[in-house]
Write a protein that binds this ligand. Structure first.
Ligand code: SF4
Length: 368
């Protein structure tokens, strides 16, 4: 078992301290010092007795630490962070402000094995999984970088709020459900009341659609929001964009989502990146309506409806050397109109961080 205390959930820490002869509440000191005070030296957790701190170090326990290697700011307020890992590999995270929210998009892997053709990260291949500690540290370090967070265009009222990240999306580099244990433990850690206390409905796992992971998620003790990167209404189109469709066709993906919704009654978000001439016509929109019809709630009254879905339309952000082109604004509006007229809650997502290549699908462009 990895001995990084930052990667351990609260119950895992309780088990560890109890196994070393300490009272369980001692875990609370370790957890809060690591996740709220960002301590990375066991000797600095002063509420622990000196002999116990020494014992932890002697037994090989440690607290992992990323470094902020660089950061870039876009005029729209978006900030892209480059983190250096202990093995000198790099990952990126993006902080963006919208509608009073400060949302951090974190990475879960170094690179990605899924090879989606519209995504810069997919070109890198998979180098390795991040640990839970490395995922949550992205949040901790950005919070510490409070000067970047206090922004006029975000409805942040005071210095305390300025240091808060309101939402976390697992939508950066990597496929979270392909690094399942670490991603879920990161959710538990971020959500825990003794740590960052980020509400579970403010944490989103975004996946290219791995049915076994989706079905497993349905049985977990935590229930973050789930977003599916769909991008096509048919297997034929999706296979061209997302090779994972060969292994898991849409029928299999939708079957897993139905299991997930039956058990959790959670709403699912479908992300759909519009690419010129590939998936963006009215005909494609009508096919999408047909695909997603089974996910519409029986009642559309907000307080009654459970489950259901919404659709996020994303303007494509090509990376250098990618032949795909973004759809015209009129095509996007037409596409959204078809969905809305069919009763689907549909949002056209604003483009963020274009000058710093921080938009969806552009992470990893600086990594060779
Ligand atoms: S879109 Fe997501 S799953 Fe696909 S290659 Fe990029 S990071 Fe991986």
């Amino acid at each position: 078992m990895d001995k990084d205390l930052k990667s351990m959930t609260f119950p895992q820490l309780e088990g560890l301290v109890a196994g070393l002869g300490q009272k369980k509440y001692v875990a609370g000191y370790i957890f809060s010092f690591i996740h709220t005070r960002l301590i990375s030296d066991i000797s600095a957790i002063t509420p622990l007795s000196k002999p116990f701190r020494s014992e932890l170090v002697k037994q090989g326990y440690y607290i992992s630490k990323l470094e902020v290697a660089d950061k870039l700011s876009d005029p729209d307020g978006t900030i892209k962070y480059f983190f250096e890992l202990p093995d000198n590999k790099r990952v990126e995270a993006v902080l963006l402000y919208d509608d009073g929210r400060a949302t951090l998009c974190v990475s879960t892997q170094v690179g990605c094995a899924m090879n989606c053709v519209f995504c810069a990260t997919g070109r890198l291949g998979l180098a390795r999984n991040l640990t839970a500690g490395e995922i949550v540290d992205q949040v901790g370090l950005v919070v510490r970088d409070a000067s970047c967070v206090a922004r006029a265009n975000c409805e942040i009222r005071n210095a305390h709020d300025a240091r808060r990240i309101t939402n976390v999306v697992f939508m950066g580099m990597g496929e979270p459900l392909a690094n399942y244990e670490a991603a879920l433990n990161a959710v538990r850690i971020l959500n825990h009341p003794a740590g960052r206390k980020i509400g579970i409905r403010r944490i989103t796992i975004s996946t290219c659609g791995l049915p076994p992971g989706i079905e497993r998620l349905a049985d977990e003790d935590v229930s973050p929001r789930l977003a599916i990167s769909l991008n096509a209404p048919t297997d034929a189109i999706r296979q061209k964009l997302m090779p994972i469709t060969r292994k898991y066709p849409l029928d299999r993906l939708f079957e897993a989502l139905k299991v997930y919704q039956r058990k959790t009654r959670n709403r699912v978000t479908f992300e759909y990146c519009l690419i010129k001439g590939v998936n963006d016509t009215v005909m494609h929109a009508k096919m999408l309506v047909k695909c997603l019809r089974p996910f519409m709630p029986a009642s559309t009254r907000p307080r009654v409806a459970r489950g259901g879905c919404n659709v996020n339309l994303i303007e494509y952000n090509p990376y250098e050397s990618c032949a795909l082109k973004p759809s015209a604004r009129e095509a996007i509006e037409r596409f959204a109109g078809v969905l809305r007229n069919s009763g689907f809650e549909t949002t056209i997502r604003r483009k963020f961080g274009q000058t710093i290549k921080a938009a969806c699908g552009q992470l990893g462009t600086s990594i060779k």
